[in-house]
Ligand binder design. Sequence first.
Ligand code: NOJ
Length: 610
Amino acid sequence: MDLYPARQRLCRSARALRRSAITALAVAAIASLPLTLGIAGAQTNPASGDPWWKHAVVYEIYPRSFQDSNGDGVGDLNGITQRMGYLQGLGVDAIWIAPMYPSPQKDFGYDISDYEAVDPQYGTLADFDKLVAEGKKHDVRVVLDMVLNHTSDKSQWFIDSASSRTNPKHDWYVWNDGIAADSPGLTAIQKKNEHEGKVPPNNWVSIFGGTPWEWVPAVHQFYYHEFEKEQPDLNWRNPVVEKACFDAMRFWLDRGVAGFRLDAIPTLFEDPQLRNEPETGGTNAYGDANVSDIYTSNLPEVHDVIRRMRAMVATYPGDRVLIGETYLPNTAELDKWYGGEAKDELQLPMDMLIGMNGDHAKLDVAKFRQHLEEVQTQVHGSQPLIVFDNHDNMRAIDRYGDGVHNGDINKLLATMLFTTKATALMYYGEELGMPTTVPTRKEDVRDPTGLNGWPKEKGRDGERTPMQWTPGPQAGFSTNPKTWLPIPASYKTINVAVESKEPDSQLEWFKKLIELRRTSSALRDGKMTMLDTSNNDVLSYVRSTGSGAAVVVAMNCTAEAKTISLDVSGAGVAGTKVKTLATDAVSLKSTSTLTNVTLPPFASWVVSVE
Ligand code: NOJ
C-alpha cells in the first residue's frame, strides 16, 4: 500500500496543495575531537573529508521481520547482530532500525510508550549495546527511528496528560474543547463524532482513517492524532515537549547511534487556528472525504525545531546524521528541509519524489531525468538521498514491475539507486527481489491500516514479511513455525542462500553495484551529466571526475529492445574506449562502443570509458 495514498493522489492531482548552532569555534572544537565516543562504523572522516553518510548505502531493517534469534516467531535485536556479517558482505554502511522501543505495537513500534528502553520482545539495552558494538566491528553504523510527532497512548506522558486538565503534562498533547454539535456548516466527519453535545473542531481526517479527534470523557476534550487513535500527537508548541524529545535523542546518541530517521517529521505542527482543510474531491479508502493537508503538514514552524535539533546533534562527534521521512510536493520544498543555502537542517531529507509515486508507478524516463538533475542543481549542493522501497509501500519490484520483467526492473531500479551521486537507502529483501505478499483474508491482517480499510485498503503487511534467508524451514528466519507474518511462498527460490550461489541473481547484482559504487572514483565523486536527453525510453548519464575517470550508465525503461548512441564529449569526457563493468544483458557483456548499442528490454548497462 501507500502509507499516504490520499496525499500522494493529492500530490499528483494538485501539486500546489501538496504534502505534503553552534558557533564556528564550537564547530572547530567538535571537528577536532577524537572519534572515541563509541560511534559504530568505519572511520568517520575518510580521506576525502566527506562525512560518511555522503557515500553511504543505508539499509532499512524492520526488526520484527529480519531475524528471530529466540524462536518466538518475531525478529529481534540479537537476530540483527547475528546478521552483521551478511550486511557487511552486502556493502551496507549503516542500518536504520524501525522502532524497537517499548510499545503496545498498535502500529508495530511507531507507537512508543518509553523512549529510553528496548521492547522486551526485541531484547534488552545490553542487547542493543552489543548490536552497536558488533556493527562497529563490521563497519555498519546504527541509525535509529525517532518518532516525534506522536507517542503511544500508553506512554506515561499521555496517561498523565489525559488524566486531568490541570496535570502539568496536559499541554504536552494537542487538546481541544470541540465545538457545539449544532454549529452551522459542520462536515460529515464532524457530525459522525459527537460527544456530550460537542463535535471535533474541524474536518481533518486521520491518515489511518476517520476523524483524528478522539474524545476523552475525563477531561471533556478531544485530542488530535494524525495516525491511529492510540498515537496522540505531541504539542510541539510547548517547549517542554521539545526538551523531553531532545533528551530521548541524547540518550541514544550517548549510546553510540550514528543518527536518526525522523518519522513523519513534516507533521509536527498543526494550524493554530485549526482551520478546515480544503476538500479535494472524492473519498479515501476509509470512506472519508479527501482533504488537503495544508493545515496539518509542512508548516513553517517545524524548521525552527529542526535547526535546533541539528545543532544539538552536532555537539556529538562522528558526523551523526538526521534523515527525514519527508514526503514533499517538489524539489523546492525538499531544499527547505536541508535548510536551503544555510544547510542547517536535515543532512538527508528523503527524496520521495523519485521512487515513491503510488502503487502503480511508471518507469518514466523524462521524470527520472528531470528529477535527478533537479536534486543536483536545486538544493544548494546538499546531498540527495534516493529511496525506492520502504515498510510503508508495496515493494518497488511490484509497484514498477510489469509482471513479466519484474526481476530486470528490480535490477534497473538498483542501478539507478547506486550509480547517481545520491546517498542510497534500501529496504531489507529488496536485494533479493522479495515480492509483496498481501494478506488475502481480513483475519490474517496485522497492520492497523489494513484492519481499518479492508477490503479497499489491505495495509502494509505485504511489504513486511520475514526476510528470506534460506530455502529451509521458515526461510531461516525463525525456528518457530508460527511466524508473526507468514513466510511468502517465494522463499524456496528467493533467498540469500540460493541467490549467493547464482551469479545472475538479484543479490549478486546488488553486491556488484554497491562494490562498484565504493571502488569507482567516478561513481563515488564524479559529476553527473545526462546523456541523450530527448530519449524517453532509455535513461542514460555519465559520471566523470576531472581526472578523466568516467562511468556511463544506461537503462532501458521499456519492454522493447532499444538502440542508443551516446555522445559523452559534451560532458567533457574525451575517451571512447568502453568496458562493461556490470550488465544484466548477456549481449552487452563485451560491447566496446557507445554507438549503436542495443539494450534488451529493461536492461541495465554500466561501463567505464577511457
Ligand atoms: C511513518 C512510518 O513509516 C509508518 O510506518 C507509521 O505508521 C507512521 N509514520 C506513523 O508513525
